[in-house]
Design a protein around this ligand. Structure first.
Ligand code: NAD
Ligand code: G3P
Length: 331
């Protein structure tokens, strides 16, 4: 990395930002953890706990919480860990603070809803020519924060930088693989959230384990088709950031996307099913479906999620639609 001696910066102190701060500290880095609320920063500095977003986890000593964005200027790399739909405003806020050489590592999973832009493209628009990377893969914040073994993928077009960043963030319990296929990695993270909503709905409606397995397999087929159409490499999608994250998110109520779908399946409305939590798949579904349609990619499960969320279909109508499609060859 250009200034390898600086601390790692983390912008966003929600569940994932806090867990990554601990992981980066455990990997031997000093960490500056930025959050927008000065009150929260003071509380984290005093109690060393983030009770609102990651209860029960103690911040390691090498982490300095702050609400001063300017503190990130000294960092050798900054991880952006705020919700996907805030990527543009955060990149714009960080742009005057960071050197053009400082890599920004995107850790959110989604597609910009208002423009249909992939998050890396949003950042490249705001910081043309500055290095951008994506960190994604099967990882619940609580698992990472508790030091449970976890493996993720970091992608950057600059292969050497991808390796340096992966090495800097890897520690005793977090293993970071590296790739250059930025598009494939970001598509895996964004699309699996939409598919996980469908899986949760299947579980909530009591449609059985067989239906859930079918949905994961057919969801993966959609993911692969979409990634191919948008320049992602199939091997990437078969790895941690594609299949790995799809399986995790589709099989655990720890996932907010799965739980949101679960509550939809149990009869909650799209408005109440999030229970105030961040559900990235709900924010990304319409953009994903629009991008798929634009390239003629068949994504019936993602379409069904979008139709349910927009109120056009009930869950039963979605199941009927999926089960009564014309019979076709599997691949
Ligand atoms: N939680 C996980 O297990 C996990 C794992 C991998 C990836 N992710 C991804 O990380 C991203 C963040 O998820 P999270 O779990 O940390 O969410 P979270 O809801 O726990 O935290 C979001 C954080 O962003 C802050 N925030 C919200 N809007 C903001 C804005 N406009 N400007 C600045 N800060 C803002 C909030 O105050 C909060 O600190 C998501 O895209 C998610 O998909 C989460
Ligand atoms: O809680 P979710 O559904 O946002 O999933 C968290 C992570 O993306 C799992 O890898």
């Amino acid at each position: 990395m250009p200034e390898a001696t600086g601390p790692i910066g983390i912008a966003g102190a929600g569940a994932w930002g806090t867990a990554l701060a601990n992981a980066a500290a455990m990997a031997g880095n000093d960490v500056i953890l930025w959050m927008r609320s000065p009150e929260q920063a003071a509380e984290l500095a005093g109690t060393r706990m983030n009770e609102r977003f990651l209860p029960g986890v103690r911040l390691l000593d090498r982490i300095s919480p702050t609400a001063d964005l300017g503190r990130l200027a000294s960092c050798c790399a900054v991880l952006l860990v705020t919700p996907a739909q805030t990527t543009r405003e955060m990149a714009e806020a960080l742009s005057p603070v960071l050197s053009r050489k400082t890599p920004l590592v995107l850790c959110a999973k989604g597609i910009e809803r208002t423009t249909g832009a992939f998050l890396c493209d949003v950042v490249e628009e705001v910081r043309p020519g500055a290095p951008v990377a994506v960190l994604s893969g099967p990882s619940f914040a609580h698992d990472v924060a508790r030091g449970l073994p976890t493996a993720v993928t970091l992608a950057c077009r600059d292969a050497a930088l991808a390796e340096d960043l992966a090495t800097a963030l890897s520690g005793p319990t977090l293993r970071v693989y590296h790739r250059t296929d930025v598009r494939g990695v970001e598509i895996g993270g964004a699309a699996k959230n939409v598919l996980a909503i469908a899986c949760g709905a299947v579980a909530g409606r009591g449609l059985g384990e067989s239906a859930k397995a079918a949905l994961i397999a057919r969801g993966f087929a959609e993911l692969l088709r979409f990634a191919r159409a948008y320049g992602g490499e199939p091997e990437t999608l078969m790895g941690l950031s594609g299949l790995g994250d799809l399986v995790l998110t589709c099989s655990s109520a720890q996932s907010r996307n799965f739980s949101f779908g679960l509550r939809l399946g149990q009869g909650a409305s799209a408005e109440t099913a999030s229970e105030g939590k961040l559900v990235e798949g709900a924010a990304t579904a319409s953009a994903l479906v629009a991008l798929a349609r634009a390239k003629g990619v068949d994504m019936p499960i993602a379409e069904a999620v979008e139709q349910i969320l927009s109120g056009a279909w009930t869950l039963d109508q979605a199941v009927d639609a999926l089960m009564n499609r014309p019979i076709k060859s599997e691949h």
